[in-house]
Ligand binder design. Structure first.
Ligand code: SF4
Length: 370
């Protein structure tokens, strides 16, 4: 059995460790690249959203390297993501690939479903309690990656050597994935935070603060968003992102099982504008924008893939939100045609706008929209 899976933030870190520890061959697809995108685009209907195409490209690259089993995410839901695992499987079988798919349905049985899925992927009869231990350890690895990334976002705009921050973050996944025991994980956590916090910082820095919101996959995937967090950090802007894998896991694997939700405050803030669950992250995009404005953020960047219905709804409500709450929002629509130079020009203009607003707080500037 040779297992592969599409990239989804740092999930590869925990999955690679899990399979290596259990002696199952794991093929991590190459980092998402232009080749991944062109493969996805080539074999996808044109109007599919970018996540569909990127995930398909990742799986093709994993299968090309010899994988015979694909782990994918699926399940019912309002957004199209729920159908992607089945559609990917059909498209790839039509292309002649031979493999088995294991679908993790995140809305069915939550944490129990995840453990079942892992047992199947490991092809094991090991006691449930041991597999639960492995899943818990994997979640701890992901929590470490998310905590480290938040700290990277904080340190980057203040760091005097930004290259050192980038190098540390680039190597962190391999280091965390190589930690197979709780002791090793504790050590790597201590080392990574010590190294990051010892990078010299400008003590007088007072960076602009931007909330990065929008579609989950666009927000967490640096290839799709053209490494926007690093670009802003290198320009001295602190990025605060709402989307993190472990936040998502907390809601869907644990709180949902208990009929609870962590984002009551976000929904309450968004309620004058959108009360209905339109799936995706639309409510969160609107609610977080209002909460960020109350916390004194300088601006919001809203990311959405072309043809994403939930975020189109949010985008259309943004003009009212920005008018009522006086916070500039830059909406960026991402697809395979997006050019890096154009994105950077718009980012620079937005940073300039936020600087002028900060320098002259009473200044009325029109919010920026696509
Ligand atoms: S939220 Fe939008 S972009 Fe994301 S998977 Fe659903 S439809 Fe596609």
């Amino acid at each position: 059995m040779k297992v592969t899976f599409p990239h989804f933030g740092s999930t590869w870190v925990a999955l690679k460790a899990l399979f290596d520890k259990n002696g199952v061959e794991c093929i991590v697809p190459p980092k998402t690249s232009k080749r991944t995108l062109s493969l996805g685009v080539k074999y996808s209907p044109e109007t599919m959203c970018l996540p569909y195409k990127i995930l398909l490209g990742n799986i093709i690259e994993g299968l090309e390297l010899g994988a015979d089993t694909v782990i994918n995410v699926g399940g019912p839901g309002l957004c199209r993501l729920g159908c992607y695992a089945a559609l990917h499987e059909q498209a790839l079988k039509d292309l002649g690939f031979k493999f088995e798919t294991i679908i993790f349905d995140w809305q069915e049985q939550q944490i129990v479903g995840l453990v079942k899925c892992v047992r199947r992927a490991l092809n094991t009869t090991r006691p449930w309690i041991e597999v639960v231990g492995d899943v818990k350890f994997g979640l701890q690895q992901l929590i470490l990656m998310d905590d480290l990334e938040r700290q990277v976002h904080r340190v980057r705009p203040r760091a005097l050597d930004k290259g050192a921050v980038a190098r540390l973050w680039r190597d962190a996944g391999e280091r965390v994935s190589a930690a197979h025991t709780p002791e090793a994980l504790r050590k790597v956590k201590k080392d990574l935070f010590n190294e990051l916090n010892s990078i010299p910082q400008n003590p007088n820095a007072n960076p602009l603060r931007v909330g990065l919101l929008g579609e989950f996959f666009m927000a967490i995937d640096p290839f799709c968003n053209m490494d926007l967090e690093a670009e802003l950090g290198d320009r001295g802007v602190e990025v605060v992102r709402a989307a993190f894998l472990t936040n998502w896991a907390k809601v869907w694997l644990f709180l949902a099982a208990l009929g609870l939700s962590h984002d009551r405050e976000v929904k309450k803030a968004a309620s004058p504008y959108l009360t209905r669950d339109v799936s995706g992250d639309a409510v969160q995009s609107l609610g977080e924008t209002i909460l960020h404005q109350r916390e004194g953020f300088d601006g919001i960047i809203h990311l959405m893939p072309f043809t994403c219905l939930p975020e189109i709804i949010a985008q259309n409500i943004f003009p009212r939100v920005t008018k009522d709450h006086s916070i500039p929002v830059l909406s960026i629509v991402l697809d395979e045609q997006m050019g890096r130079a154009g994105l950077l020009t718009r980012l620079e203009a937005f940073v300039d706008l936020m600087e002028r607003r900060r320098a002259r707080p009473g200044l009325k500037l029109a919010p920026v929209h696509d």
